[in-house]
Write a protein that binds this ligand. Structure first.
Ligand code: KIV
Ligand code: ZN
Length: 524
């Protein structure tokens, strides 16, 4: 039977809906919180990537979450915008209010169905859970025709009870049924069996979209997701770079490219503009301060690198010998020498557009251009990576409370290192002149003097954006306060400036985090 979905119309049986939850499951994991401007920027990038559904957040979790879902619903066109809600009146009402302005909207409501979760987390009898399924979906339907219901810990749920819950949700009006592998426990055979059983046994299951939401605790999230699709799932829940609770969620770039690269094994199609994958992944890394590991499939630095002589020889003869997809198909471009200090604003704008930053406003463009000129004066060769590091730094940090203005450092083996630092706090310039055990320590002491805080420095690391002694340094700073940790990043040809930028980035993230309250019992 053909599915006629309220937001997608008549669905072709081979079409897979890509549901991105970077801004909800991804953002909810330690160290990945984003402020509203960062979420909006990410939401724009996800819409340009072509995701079908964007889970913008969990509106009842905090006023900040409510506001960011509302702002995304008001401004992002294209994808269906959804907000998460537990099976509770307040959660569903808040989600309904937050998504109200969206062009296409959905409420995603969930409740645990496994014996373990019902007994210890919910302290509810199965029959009570069943009643909640019906009442939560019915309430959600009063806000929108597109309602997704999820059986939290679905893969550890008794299959008969799971089928009864799914039947109740469909009867109450759910249009998508999600069966999450909440704790990443399943293996692909389980997924195939569970989805096939639900599809065959539950009346009405052929009229709704079945969905898979897999966590990566055993490193099987992508394999499990693809097995669910073979079992009948037609929506995939995933995140950019695979971020998410604990070991993360199925990575969007991996499932999407597995479908695109192996149509023989995965005869389905999706609407993702795959050439935008890399820039979306990089934007997320810049915003959150977490780079992906070098060997990460599709978006890792080494994903298309060929070092051994045998491989290089093969590549020169025919790239298909060692490449199963082209780097360009996911957005990689050959590293190229870009421009020098004589390049003008128009050339810089063209370069930005080729690198995927076509939509920078005039102010951000001017600031980035000035920093580029400054960089070109200091650095012999300016690579694409340098420009990306510099622009991301400028754009992502644009709206923050604490801003870097200038730094002078005196260091060496004789006098005690000294740092003269100028910052802008809420638009007001402040200066500090401090000493320390080394130049980085002196600069960090100056930050403390200007902006006193109790956060403890947990990690400080330095890497290089490109090669050579004039390469930009990329620093990472991890701060901890009351059990909350945040990572910040900064890049500059001067390592101490990069360190200060990274510290300020982390402090700004901590300020955002302080303003939010932890959602109660959001365990998924
Ligand atoms: O992992 C999970 O079960 C979830 C649900 C809320 C969908 O994230
Ligand atoms: Zn999850």
């Amino acid at each position: 039977m053909t599915i006629n979905h309220p937001n997608f119309g008549a669905m072709d049986d081979k079409r897979v809906i890509i549901f991105d939850t970077t801004l909800r499951d991804g953002e909810q994991s330690p160290g990945f919180s984003m402020n509203i401007d960062e979420k909006l920027r990410m939401a724009e990038a996800l819409a340009a990537l072509g995701v079908d559904v964007m889970e913008a957040g969990f509106p009842a979790a905090s006023p900040g979450d409510f506001e960011s879902v509302t702002r995304i619903a008001e401004s992002i066109k294209g994808p269906v915008i959804t907000g998460l809600a537990r099976a509770a009146v307040n959660d569903i009402t808040r989600a309904g209010e937050a998504i109200r302005a969206a062009e296409r909207k959905r409420i995603h409501t969930f409740i645990s169905t496994s014996p373990l979760h019902m007994k210890y987390k919910l302290r509810m009898e199965p029959e009570t859970v069943l009643e909640h399924v019906t009442s939560s979906v019915t309430l959600a339907r009063s806000f929108t025709d597109d309602v997704e219901w999820s059986a939290e810990d679905g893969t550890r749920t008794d299959i008969d009870f799971l089928c009864r819950c799914v039947e109740a949700a469909i009867k109450a009006g759910a249009t998508t049924i999600n069966i999450p592998d909440t704790v990443g426990y399943a293996v692909p055979e389980d997924m195939l069996r569970i989805f096939s059983t639900v599809r065959q046994r539950v009346p009405g299951a052929d009229r709704v979209i079945l969905s898979a939401h897999c966590h990566n605790d055993l490193g099987l999230a992508v394999a499990n997701t693809l097995a669910a699709v073979r079992g009948g799932a037609r929506q995939i829940e995933c995140t950019i770079n695979g971020i998410g609770e604990r070991a993360g969620n199925a990575s969007l770039e991996e499932v999407v490219m597995a479908i695109r690269t192996r149509p023989d094994a995965n005869p389905y199609h999706h609407n993702i503009e795959t050439t935008r994958i890399l820039r979306t992944s990089k934007l997320l890394s810049t915003i959150t301060g977490f780079d992906v590991q070098p060997n990460k499939a599709i978006v890792g630095r080494n994903a298309f690198a060929h070092e051994s002589g045998i491989h290089q020889d093969g590549m020169l003869k025919n790239a298909a010998t060692y490449e199963i997809m082209t780097p360009e198909s996911v957005g990689w471009q050959k590293t190229s020498l870009v421009m020098g200090k004589h390049s003008g604003r128009a050339a810089f704008r063209d370069k930005l557009s080729a690198l995927g930053y076509g939509d920078l406003g005039d102010n951000a463009l001017n600031d980035a251009f000035n920093r580029f000129k400054d960089l070109a004066d200091r650095k012999k060769i300016v690579y694409d990576e340098d420009i990306v590091a510099l622009v991301d730094d400028e754009v992502v940090r644009g709206h923050q409370r604490i801003k870097f203005v200038s730094l002078e450092v005196w260091a060496g083996s004789k006098a005690k290192p000294r740092a003269l630092l100028e910052l802008e706090i809420d638009g007001e310039k402040k200066v500090a002149d401090e000493r320390g055990d080394g130049p980085v320590d002196a600069a960090f002491n100056a930050i403390h003097a200007i902006f006193p805080h109790t956060a403890a420095l947990q990690l400080f690391s330095v890497g290089a954006v490109t090669e050579g002694t004039d390469a930009q340094a990329r620093c990472t700073v991890r701060l901890e306060e009351d059990g909350k940790t945040v990572d910040g990043q900064g890049a500059d040809t001067d390592t101490i400036v990069a360190a200060v930028r990274a510290y300020i980035h982390a402090l700004n993230k901590l300020i955002t985090k302080r303003a939010r309250t932890a959602p109660e019992a959001l365990s998924a």
